[in-house]
Design a protein. Structure first.
Length: 372
């Protein structure tokens, strides 16, 4: 039900699920009284306080339903559907979102992300057909088909800061109405598969092999800017990691999230699996020394020797934890796949990293076509 008048944006009033049945309560009069006219300045503050909790939790509808259903005798709730400001959701003149420069109809629900813009064409060359190509800055997107399956491949650039841009904008393309600037009532979950390169932190994970990341453990701090939750196992792994490495003392506030099991289960054969550490840089944050000294010179040893039950750190790179963390909060299924181009323990580097990546691309597309 939507209530509005000529002077105000529409507001939606939604009955709450109570037990097995939806309560049908006549709340039109109450809603119109409270929302259809703008409160005077001296009353606005009290109204905002009254609806502060509703506004906050309405951004996370599932959490809100869980909380309010524990109240003594709930009958209904009201969500204030204020549109997202132009400065927050930037849409260009062709109706595309700002950085990736795509319109909602130009991306598929299964998306491969690659760091290198030049790698996009190395993925899409295997498509049976391509319907859309676009480039803006380092963000290149191709959308097409393998058989009857529609797929997009998008370059993110390097690092968790770029993942923040791409994941937010891919989510906006499917879950925000660009006409009204409101979050859609029915949300879409994307399949997001990272295909990239990485360095091994275990001697038995050689160059040119593949890793499917069970978890992304971030040293980059990105997810500390967002409200996010971890399960009990993730909390235990993180506690053990902090105790073992002491990286949370002044350098970072590590976080961890798991892969989507629905995707990870498809990448077992011919894949190593383990925790992937995401670093905010390539040199010092990954223990490399050129001309600057390191605050944590024992970083590689501490990462390599960490274990918790059957979990160990298999590799590190610069995107996985951000993808896993944001994907989990936004309700998308994510998995990160890496071609190992360096082994930091044996000090080897792949003699043909391009071939390793090409093999990973083919394996990924075959799996998407047949099982995802």
């Amino acid at each position: 039900m939507t209530i509005s008048n000529k002077k105000q944006r529409p507001y939606k009033v939604r009955p709450l699920l109570r037990g097995p049945k939806r309560i049908r309560t006549a709340v039109e009069a109450f809603a119109e009284l409270c929302l259809a006219t703008r409160p005077s300045d001296h009353k606005k503050q009290n109204l905002q306080k009254a609806f502060l909790k509703v506004r906050f939790v309405s951004c996370k509808n599932r959490v809100f339903l869980s909380i309010i259903s524990n109240y003594a005798n709930p009958k209904f709730y009201i969500i204030l559907m204020n549109s997202i400001a132009a400065s927050e959701l930037i849409i260009n003149e062709r109706g595309a979102i700002y950085h990736v420069n795509c319109r909602p109809e130009e991306i598929a629900n299964t998306i491969i992300t690659v760091g290198d813009p030049d790698r996009v064409k190395e993925v899409s060359k295997h498509f049976d057909s391509i319907e859309f190509k676009n480039q803006h800055r380092e963000f290149v997107t191709h959308t097409g088909f393998i058989g009857k399956k529609r797929i997009s491949v998008t370059s993110t650039g390097i690092g968790p800061d770029n993942i923040d841009i791409v994941l937010n904008e891919l989510d906006a393309l499917v879950n925000i109405d660009f006409e009204t600037r409101n979050i859609k009532e029915d949300l879409t979950s994307l399949n997001i598969i990272r295909v990239g390169t990485s360095g091994s932190l275990q001697q038995e994970i050689p160059v040119d092999s593949f890793v499917a990341s069970t978890h992304g453990l971030g040293l980059d701090n990105l997810m500390n800017f967002y409200i996010h939750k971890t399960n009990e196992e993730e909390n235990q792994i993180l506690h053990a990691f902090n105790t073992h490495t002491q990286l949370h003392q002044g350098i970072s506030e590590p976080y961890i999230n798991g892969a989507a099991v629905s995707l990870l289960k498809n990448f077992v054969k011919n894949f190593h699996q383990g925790i992937t550490v995401t670093c905010p840089g390539f040199y010092g944050p990954q223990g490399r020394v050129l001309r600057m000294g390191l605050t944590h010179p024992q970083l590689i040893d501490r990462l390599t020797t960490f274990s918790f039950g059957q979990h160990r750190i298999s590799n590190f790179e610069m995107e996985t934890s951000a993808i896993y963390g944001m994907g989990k909060v936004l309700g998308h299924s994510c998995v990160s796949l890496s071609a190992i181009v360096a082994n930091r323990i044996t000090k080897e580097f792949s003699k043909d990293g391009g071939a390793a990546v090409e093999n990973l691309i083919k394996k990924t597309l075959e799996t998407i076509d047949t099982t995802i």
